[in-house]
Ligand binder design. Sequence first.
Ligand code: SF4
Length: 351
Amino acid sequence: MHQAPSYLALARSGDLARRVEQLNSLLSSCTVCPHDCGNNRLDDEIARCYTGRLPIVSSYTAHFGEEPLLVGTRGVGNIFFGNCNLRCAYCQNHQISQNHRVERQHEVTIERLAQIMLELQDRGCHSIGLVSPSHVVPQIVEALEIAVREGLRLPLIYNTNAFDSVDVLRLLAGIVDVYLPDLKYADADLAYEYSSVREYPRIAREAIVEMHRQVGGTLMLGPDGLVRRGLIIRHLVLPNDIAGSKASLHWVADALGPGVTISLMAQYFPTHLAASMPLLSRTIRQGEYERVLEYLDTLSMDNGWAQEFASHEYYRPEFERRDAPFTGGADNENACCIHEPHPARNESSGH
Ligand code: SF4
């Protein structure tokens, strides 16, 4: 059983402060993510992620749509960082990820980010979920150090598109306890076509290998039965196999072992630019989803969850409601993203 977040030990030893220095040094010629833009963010020079010295917090809330062993009864305290280092044509959070002029208005100080973490803890959330954190890792860790001094004790969930720098991830070892990466594509050309990013499969796979090295392939649960340490790989099935689902899952089983936890997602719906793209302009078909589920069984990948096929009907975040982007109504908070255990996994998940 795993209880206290690892960063407490780093804070006590003084290593957390040293990590802040190391990470902040990456901002002067930015190499925080694999784009390696080289802009001076300490001087507020903007590059591909449209984020300067300060982080952008587009929304924060107790969120009940994540995987069941993260959500518990009081939700994940999600902090949604504005802007992104990818440009996914179908991004379901495009209102905050690709609307950079508006989002710059939501810059917060490092101290305010620390307060937000503490506020989510005070609300009773089980953990802090860092959503789209890849371009603001230095700011997050700087805020964390302040928040720990003020009493933060919740584990951190690093909820990422996986376009992460391995060097930066190494500086998160012992800080992040739960990694929640996407594995979006298996084909670099499709990643470029639909997310405007080069070499996504190689970079994401290397990032996930590093995450696995840090936290292992087995989920560790706390006394409340919720995940306190581990790796959960999310894979969103896209129409016309644009996500390369079988190739991605085969890679996971081969590189990390079939016991790794997979969260298979069916929630895709054509939003943002995707509605006008021929291969992305529809939701997935039931047969497409079932073929991926069957392939998981073929690989004996028994740990994790699969979203209900109809989840694309509910999952419609609305970030115009900054305080409650996932609520279509006050009573609808749990309906945004339903995860069912994979049929073959009810008894064998070991969770
Ligand atoms: S974090 Fe932003 S500025 Fe830095 S390398 Fe990545 S995209 Fe470029």
